[in-house]
Design a protein around this ligand. Structure first.
Ligand code: NAD
Length: 260
């Protein structure tokens, strides 16, 4: 499906990003991984994916909060894989606190990684996509791009920003075979969600079990976490030729959360 295509997936050493990168590799794309983690484990991950799927899999450790490192990663990807056909902006962090107690440095980090980084990867990727008249930009936003929850001011602000950026880039790129869409998952049980369970318990003064039942899954009528495989399958569909007319959209995959 993606033979001969090159994909860059930010934040792909864990969670949703890893599932998306694996699914793209399984469908024939060469992939540049990005994200933090143990160097040996990441090397092994690259080798395993490459061997399993007969594609090239590399890793660049750029910090998505640092524009100069993002620029370096984009240049490196073109140097190593030849181009960026499919850009998946997935890296993201969360911080949970009431607005008047929200540490300003945490606000800055969430906005930098969850929103500003996308401006930088996209601005570097678009010229090559325009030249080749084919490209796919997929931003992993969140149900929090559409609705808010208390104590997540920076995250909700960043993800709503991603929604606006997605629509704007879609309009600017539509005429030359490039699409830009956002995927808006509900709760997916990844390390990002595991980490916020104790913080949400503290902020709301409830137990961790109550957070899972009464806060996280309370939002999702299916009463099920969304799985990383489901998000990866949607990303692959948006990256395919059958999705050429889908652009500027916010695709909910949230167990009915935002239908309420
Ligand atoms: P995760 O914590 O499992 O993975 C995050 C990935 O991003 C990791 O590979 C990590 O190393 C990387 N990363 C973190 N900070 C980085 C930085 N500064 N530079 C480069 N890489 C960095 O998280 P996840 O749950 O898989 O989330 C992935 C995306 O999906 C995020 O944008 C998140 O907001 C979004 N999302 C997650 C959920 C959910 O319930 N898990 C729901 C909606 C949206």
């Amino acid at each position: 499906m993606f033979n001969g295509k090159s994909a860059l997936v930010t934040g792909s050493t864990s969670g949703i990003g890893l599932a998306v990168a694996s699914a793209l590799a399984a469908r024939g794309a060469n992939v540049m991984l990005n994200g933090f983690g143990d160097a040996d484990a990441i090397r092994e991950l690259c080798q395993t994916l490459a061997r399993q799927h007969g594609v090239r899999v590399e890793h660049h450790g750029a910090d998505m909060g640092k524009p100069d490192e993002i620029a370096e990663m984009m240049e490196h990807t073109v140097a190593v894989l030849g181009k960026v056909d499919i850009l998946v902006n997935n890296a993201g962090i969360q911080f949970v606190a009431p607005i008047d107690e929200f540490p300003p440095e945490q606000w800055d980090a969430v906005i930098a990684i969850n929103l500003v980084a996308l401006f930088h990867t996209i601005r570097h990727a678009v010229p090559g996509m325009r030249r080749r008249r084919w490209g796919r930009i997929i931003n992993i936003a969140s149900a929090h791009a559409l609705v808010a929850s208390p104590f997540k001011s920076a995250y909700v602000a960043a993800k709503h920003g991603v929604a606006g950026l997605t629509k704007t880039v879609a309009l600017e790129t539509a005429a030359f075979g490039v699409t830009c869409n956002a995927i808006c998952p509900g709760y997916v049980r990844t390390p990002l969600v595991e980490k916020q369970i104790p913080a949400t318990a503290k902020a709301r003064g409830i137990t961790e079990e109550q957070v899972v039942r009464d806060v996280l899954l309370a939002a999702q009528p299916t009463k099920q976490f969304v799985t990383v495989e489901q998000v990866a399958a949607l990303a692959c569909f948006l990256a395919g030729d059958e999705a050429a007319s889908i652009t500027g959209t916010l695709q909910s995959i949230d167990g009915g959360w935002t239908a309420q």
